[in-house]
Design a protein around this ligand. Sequence first.
Ligand code: SF4
Length: 414
Amino acid sequence: APAPPPARHLFSDPAEVDALRGNLLAWYDRCKRDLPWRALAATEPDADRRGYAVWVSEIMLQQTQVATVIDYYNRWMQKWPTLQALAQASLEEVNELWAGLGYYSRGKRLQEAARKVVSEFAGQMPRTAEDLQKLLPGVGRYTAGAIASISYGQATGVVDGNVIRVLCRLRCIGADSSSPAVIDRLWHMANVLVDRSRPGDFNQALMELGATVCVPKAPLCGECPVKQHCQAWRRVSLGPAAIVPLVFAGVGDCSLCPPATEPWDSSLGVTNFPRKAAKKPPRAMRTATCVLERRGCHGAPEYLIVQRPSSGLLAGLWEFPSLLLAHGLQEKKEREVLTDHLQAWMGWPVAAKGLRFIGEVIHIFSHIHQTYVVYSLPLDGDVTLDPASSPSRWVTEEEFHASAVSTAMKKVLR
Ligand code: SF4
């Protein structure tokens, strides 16, 4: 068996663990933000409804700021207050409500999982983190732990980006925080630390600390309720000899310390932790998109939108007719291929000259740097579309904004 990590990386003193839990929970009781899903989880007597409310909030909060999520969450719970209601919704309705929140597959999978709970488990949510992760599509280890601890009181830890940062600082973990060895160690720590009588509050408190105090760039260590347990803070305020044990590593073979090639940097203070491997740059893609416009019956402009395939990026969402471009095409060639595409799709000739170049819109997806090359094409009358091609419809500007369209397409229209 591998040797246990050095004491500075562990929570091995039960008295310290108790004190840390008490300090963190007392701070949470005093300072926590009022958030709609917290209120619901604290007051809802029905366990399945509690589980559902926490589940929706956790899926929405993945990769999205709390301030953005609140409005989406409230509208979602108003429209589908129960799992049963969500199970009966169409994907189109889910996409419409999700529009603008990004990472659209999250909404789709949430709805698929709700259908599964209703059809296979008679509407009863699995009650443990292990079962939630095993049985529900789209529910990973973190989400399962959050639902089980917050809704059902299971004493199980959680590890998300905020928890990674806090734990790495508390225990001076400077190895790549996305490596399996470090992630394993952090899960172990989270499970050791979680308060047995208030697991849901404890997990939320740890995440809240990361979101509001132990923030990435300028942590507020002076206000931190657990600074006396924080090895990084001790290292900064009392010097290297203050951390446990007395010698600060940075060399040697400890798999949790910063690598010898990138030792402690005094100018960074506690933000020496966590360390991450360099991110891969996003893939560059170029897409030609054409806003086809006609006058509607009251003279207001109408735009043609088409539906994307039901799988892959932005599955099932609506967009202006678009075409992925090969790398390195000249502007003239881009215009020609877009013209051919529109022509094949509409079934009548389109003059490349008629396309008006509007500009470029950049949108960053998680792993893609997308450039939309935007053209417009005003039409005199209607167009007959090939019914075998993707579903399409004409919409007013208002209808466009109410449709399941991505933020990128809203930028294109603007
Ligand atoms: Fe984070 Fe500073 Fe608190 Fe340590 S003392 S946990 S670095 S805010």
